[in-house]
Write a protein of this length. Structure first.
Length: 198
């Protein structure tokens, strides 16, 4: 990333594949048939594909990542597997996502919040998430536990569930529950209690 001095933390999508079970995380979130699901920083789409099985043909997965290669890989897999309810989009979630206001029932940010924090992008991404989410919808954040790695990012940019809650609560989200989802990860779920006007 030397050619981009602005970019502090590199958002890498593959680091947790071996020790984070996407199906388990999606089950814990409690998706329903017909839900509209947003996967922010989806990488190659493990969580999106797991979600697509639960929401059915009436539901829709919006899988968003700023890296074209990741989206290309996901599109190839959905084509191969004939998955019709995932829309794979190259977009930067810290800018304007190509989605209408207030359509999302569940938004997932898996292993990306620490990167947004390191890069000073939390206000931008949370404002944009709040814009596309319905009032009463669910924000699900998967993060590395605040323990020394590897695996995972430096401990200096990891957050305890309490630190994460303090970070997110100012954007109109109220904590619902915290669940351990693996040796190295927890899932924090929040409810959107207020819509922000952009």
């Amino acid at each position: 990333m030397a050619d981009n001095p602005r970019q502090g933390h590199y958002h890498a999508g593959m680091s947790s594949k071996a020790f984070l079970d996407a199906e388990r995380v999606i089950q814990e979130i409690g998706l329903k048939n017909g839900d509209k699901f947003l996967d922010v920083g989806c990488g190659e789409g493990r969580f999106s594909i797991a979600a697509s099985k639960l929401i059915g043909n009436q539901g829709k997965v919006y899988a968003i990542d700023s890296y074209e290669e990741s989206i290309k890989t996901l599109k190839e897999q959905t084509g191969r597997d004939n998955i019709g309810n995932i829309e794979s989009i190259v977009a930067d979630a810290t800018k304007k996502m190509p989605l209408p206001d207030a359509i999302i029932d569940v938004c997932l940010m898996a292993n990306v919040m620490h990167g947004f924090l390191a890069n000073g992008e939390v206000p931008a991404v949370m404002a944009e998430a709040a814009r596309v989410m319905k009032k009463g919808s669910t924000l699900a954040v998967v993060e590395f536990k605040k323990i020394n790695g590897p695996p995972g990012p430096p401990i200096s940019i990891r957050m305890t569930p309490e630190e994460l809650e303090a970070l997110i609560s100012e954007y109109g989200f109220k904590r619902n529950k915290i669940v351990e989802v693996g040796q190295f990860h927890y899932l924090a779920m929040f409810r959107a209690i207020a819509r922000h006007n952009s």
